[in-house]
Design a protein around this ligand. Structure first.
Ligand code: ZN
Length: 94
């Protein structure tokens, strides 16, 4: 099994236009993965982590975007859901 390190994220406008949510991630090897690809990799037993400065957190899969009634699925989040730089939603976009 492999460990992937996420350093940046890509966001998109939600279907209802009310917010921007994660479209996918970019790893430290500069590879773009969609949310669905990350979730499939997690489900296959691989480990996904964020990295920001000295902070790091594990990425887990959730069924839906946490914003309102957004049905974007599957979705990913950091666990525990940190307010620090390592929170998936706080990583720089790139
Ligand atoms: Zn959403």
């Amino acid at each position: 099994m492999s460990t992937y390190t996420v350093t940046r994220v890509r966001k998109e406008l939600s279907a209802d236009g009310t917010h921007r949510h994660l479209e996918g991630v970019i790893t430290n090897t500069n590879t773009h993965w969609t949310r669905g690809q990350v979730v499939a990799s997690i489900n296959a037993g691989n480990t996904w982590r964020t990295s920001a400065g000295s902070h790091s957190a594990t990425i887990t899969a959730v069924h839906y975007c946490p914003r309102g009634t957004c049905l974007a699925s599957p979705y990913i989040k950091t666990n525990p859901n940190s307010s620090q730089l390592d929170n998936l939603e706080n990583l720089p976009e790139g």
